[in-house]
Design a protein around this ligand. Sequence first.
Ligand SMILES: *[C@@H]1O[C@H](CO)[C@@H](O)[C@H](O)[C@H]1NC(C)=O
Ligand SMILES: *[C@@H]1O[C@H](CO)[C@@H](O)[C@H](O)[C@H]1NC(C)=O
Ligand SMILES: *[C@@H]1O[C@H](CO)[C@@H](O)[C@H](O)[C@H]1NC(C)=O
Ligand SMILES: *[C@@H]1O[C@H](CO)[C@@H](O)[C@H](O)[C@H]1NC(C)=O
Ligand SMILES: *[C@@H]1O[C@H](CO)[C@@H](O)[C@H](O)[C@H]1NC(C)=O
Length: 377
Amino acid sequence: MFRHKPTVSLLILHCFLAVGYVTVAAKADVDSLQGKPIAGCSFEDSQCVYHVNLGHHGTCDTTGKDGDTVLMKLVKLQNMLLEQSLLTQAVSMKYDNVTMVIQKIRSALNSLDAVTRHELQPLLQTVISANNATRAELAPVLTRLQTLEKEQGNVLLWLNRIENERAQLLLKVDASSKVYSSCSEWKRNGHHQDGHYLLDVDGKGGVQAFYVWCNMTSSPPTASIGHDRGLRTKTVGYEKVGSHICKVLYDVTMRQLTALMSNSSNCKQYFKYECHGALINTGGSGGQSTWWVSRDGENMTYLPGGDPKLGGCACKRTNTCAGGHECNCDMNDLTWRQDEGYITDVSKLPVTELRFGDTGNAGEQAYFTLGPVECEN
Ligand SMILES: *[C@@H]1O[C@H](CO)[C@@H](O)[C@H](O)[C@H]1NC(C)=O
Ligand SMILES: *[C@@H]1O[C@H](CO)[C@@H](O)[C@H](O)[C@H]1NC(C)=O
Ligand SMILES: *[C@@H]1O[C@H](CO)[C@@H](O)[C@H](O)[C@H]1NC(C)=O
Ligand SMILES: *[C@@H]1O[C@H](CO)[C@@H](O)[C@H](O)[C@H]1NC(C)=O
Ligand SMILES: *[C@@H]1O[C@H](CO)[C@@H](O)[C@H](O)[C@H]1NC(C)=O
């Protein structure tokens, strides 16, 4: 009656946990992205060979804490799925059993005479309502299971962290690995190809070296750091202001990221909000329905591209927002509109959390896209 999908899920997780399969699994998933920028970083001769563009569709619930290692997160997720799958099996078996009993009673009733049938009717009603109760018990369990299954999407995202952790280990093993302090320095030393390069941004003794994506084509070269919200993601069904909470987990630690930023000349991060009846500013003293949270946990009152003093979105700077509002999305007219721009204030970067709302009523929905942190480096 109900399929027990977790069995399959667990198998997949076991594969992920066996380190030997990690790269294969990542590649298979990457191939399935089709046409999207290729995600993941595979090390061949300790060189990273493809670009990382992380992120996923769906919910923003994550398993584990920021400080957890990838394996800790995987183990937690695996345990949750196991527990959940046992629970689902128990409840749905109970449901199936009672359903079977009901069918048996029904067919027994049909073969009885009218009087007996009439007498037994209340008993059947009792059994049916007990079954209904079991079904009600099953519903939230299945919902939770679906959430957990979505969580598995995050596994792919954590792989990039594994790659970085592995890079650190490789570095320890192979002390001869070359490392420079910036993309520009790599370029000056003859590396003109875009790719993943190992940087030790603050020299010996500071933060550990880490991989960044160097765009050597741009001038000066830029270093990009990705995160787990890299893909265009839908937000729908969250009416209350800021009630859809998306934490952003970066591919390197916050200390490494801030070290990179303080060693770079200009840094920025792109954000786009495509809205359909989902406004950003609620108007009056209602504050914002959608906002971002800075590195230090501050709720930011302007949208990326907007003026920190003026507030609002990029269009506000030139007074060109639809309907003369603070943002194009504030038009709130069930027409697809969008606001986009870069955050350039290094003291606030990176975006650590996104908060969305006003997507709970009929027809209301939105998509958001958060770019990597890009620094001239
Ligand atoms: C369901 O029925 C099977 C066999 O008929 C039995 O082994 C099992 O314990 C029952 N499960 C529940 C939850 O009642
Ligand atoms: C059980 O649920 C069905 C459908 O949800 C409903 O039609 C029926 O009235 C319920 N029966 C009892 C006894 O609660
Ligand atoms: C590198 O930077 C250049 C110039 O800014 C840009 O046109 C190009 O798309 C970038 N390459 C990648 C792979 O992002
Ligand atoms: C970055 O750090 C390196 C090494 O510590 C230093 O030589 C370089 O000048 C720094 N660059 C910037 C832009 O701060
Ligand atoms: C940011 O806003 C949220 C939701 O309104 C609130 O819970 C939180 O305390 C605020 N944070 C700060 C630092 O003001």
